[in-house]
Design a protein around this ligand. Structure first.
Ligand code: HEM
Length: 447
């Protein structure tokens, strides 16, 4: 008896590890080999996947894609830097998100199914709303939108102001030199998401630790070490959020997650299942955290690098929303997304075969000279900055856009209001991920 249960206890982690390894091999290892070869042969798409310096400074690469035409057909996928094509694909009925492991090969699908068993819920894999098409997407989005209303978000404003004030008090105590990313930009969104998810303050750091591991979950062709770390972080989060949801069911607060636990669909009367709720909470955390950190970090750096623009905002505080939009446009926190053609169709005047994936360079579309005059200039008064696609477009348009805008405006205004002499110090470091762009470290003198 004992032997059997011991064997069971020992085998389970071994099988789990084998599944993670197989998933890595199929989803990351093989693509890594293929893109390295493609990059050596000059394939632009492979260059984007294989070359970390391109992720740190993607704009020269974007211009090469733009110069190749509205839709570039690469070795593995199509790719576009055009604002018009990006909007066309994101809004088009012929395109869906398509699961990453969609494959027409039955053997490969069986392997992927086995490797995917007992995996923790993942922010960008089904049943996450970001990774499903209608009708599932319609149902999830309708339910989540019922609690994530414009009114509920505006109701968070006083609390966001209060949280920003508390964090700035702590920052002032650290002065005269601090890291505005580590000590402020990273801490404000986590505190806000903790409010949304009903997480008590003593668990905030735990949530931040999970999130730090989850940021890599958006990468493809990632190294083994990273994929393992992401899997461990997701497993930890899954267990924690399961317990947290039980707590909220027993003792609901007035946070949005407590409301989501009980909200039902008028049309079907159904609620989100436990797994769907865990996926939604994970998505809110993953989608709403590092993106907002990057917005705060990039906008701070842009303002400090452009004193003339900062002076304009100081003279007219009504320009703060313009700072947020222009920063989202010029340094898009989410640099790219992708869609799969559901049937053979056309985009940017070119044929796209059924099943083909189209990579949409949001950061490049936001610098499209056909839409934005003098696109590389930081101009807080730009009249059409809000036409950016930093929050995507179509049915997956960012559900947290209003909250992100609120956090950006309140967070920046509070920071520059408290420290009028804020100045950059040497030692700034960029993030090193391909999808998310921002600053990992931004030392400043508080003044
Ligand atoms: C500056 C901050 C943010 C940026 C740049 C951003 C960007 C994006 C983008 C580009 C997408 C769509 C991706 C695609 O089409 O494939 C998205 C979706 C989403 N975002 Fe955000 N986001 C931000 C903040 C937030 C916040 C604060 C939350 C919530 C707390 C949030 C929740 C979501 C959700 C739930 C989705 C999925 C919507 C759907 O699939 O229907 N985001 N976001």
């Amino acid at each position: 008896m004992n032997t059997v249960s011991t064997v069971g206890a020992v085998t389970a982690p071994v099988v789990r590890e084998a599944r993670v390894a197989l998933r890595w091999g199929l989803q990351h290892g093989l693509p890594r080999l293929a893109v390295r070869r493609g990059a050596r042969e000059g394939d632009l798409q492979s260059l984007l996947l294989a070359n970390p310096p391109t992720w740190r400074e993607p704009y020269a690469f974007h211009e090469r894609v733009r110069a190749a035409g509205p839709l570039l057909t690469g070795r593995f996928t199509c790719m576009s830097a055009s604002h018009e094509v990006v909007r066309e694909v994101l809004g088009g009925a012929d395109f869906g998100v398509g699961a990453l492991h969609d494959t027409p090969l039955p053997q490969l699908r069986r392997l992927l199914d086995w490797a995917g068993r007992d995996r923790p819920t993942h922010p960008v894999e089904p049943p996450s709303m970001l990774a499903v098409d209608p009708p599932d997407h319609t149902r999830y989005r309708r339910l989540v939108s019922k609690v994530f209303t414009a009114r509920a978000v505006q109701g968070l404003r006083p609390r966001v102001e209060e949280l920003a004030g508390e964090l700035l008090d702590e920052l002032a105590a650290r002065g005269p030199v601090a890291d505005v990313v580590r000590d402020y930009a990273l801490r404000l969104p986590v505190a806000v998401i903790a409010e949304v998810l009903g997480v008590p303050p003593e668990h905030r750091e735990e949530v931040r630790a999970f999130e730090a591991g989850v940021a890599g979950s958006l990468e493809v062709a990632a190294p083994w070490r990273e994929v393992r770390a992401v899997d461990a972080a997701l497993r930890g989060f899954d267990a924690w959020i399961g317990e947290h949801l039980q707590r909220l069911r027993r003792d609901p607060g007035d946070d949005l997650l407590s409301r989501l636990v009980t909200v039902t669909d008028d049309e079907g009367g159904a609620q989100l299942s436990d797994r769907e709720l865990r996926a939604t909470a994970g998505l809110l955390l993953a989608a709403g955290f590092e993106t907002t950190v990057n917005l705060l970090g990039s906008a701070t750096a842009l303002l400090l690098q452009h004193p003339d623009q900062l002076a304009l905002v100081r003279a007219d505080p009504g320009l703060w929303p313009g700072v947020v939009e222009e920063s989202l446009r010029l340094e898009s926190p989410v640099q790219l997304t992708s869609r799969r053609a559901l049937r053979t169709t056309r985009a940017g005047g070119c044929e796209v075969r059924a099943g083909a994936r189209v990579v949409l360079l949001l950061g490049a579309a936001n610098r499209d000279p056909g839409v934005f005059t003098d696109p590389t200039r930081f101009d807080v008064r730009r009249a059409n900055a809000r036409e950016h696609v930093a929050f995507s477009a179509g049915r997956h348009f960012c559900l947290g856009a209003a909250l992100a805008r609120l956090e950006g405006e309140v967070g920046l205004r509070a920071l520059f209001g408290r420290f009028p002499g804020l100045a950059l110090e040497p030692g700034a470091r960029r993030t090193t991920t391909r999808v998310l762009r921002g600053w990992r470290s931004l030392p400043v003198r508080l003044g």
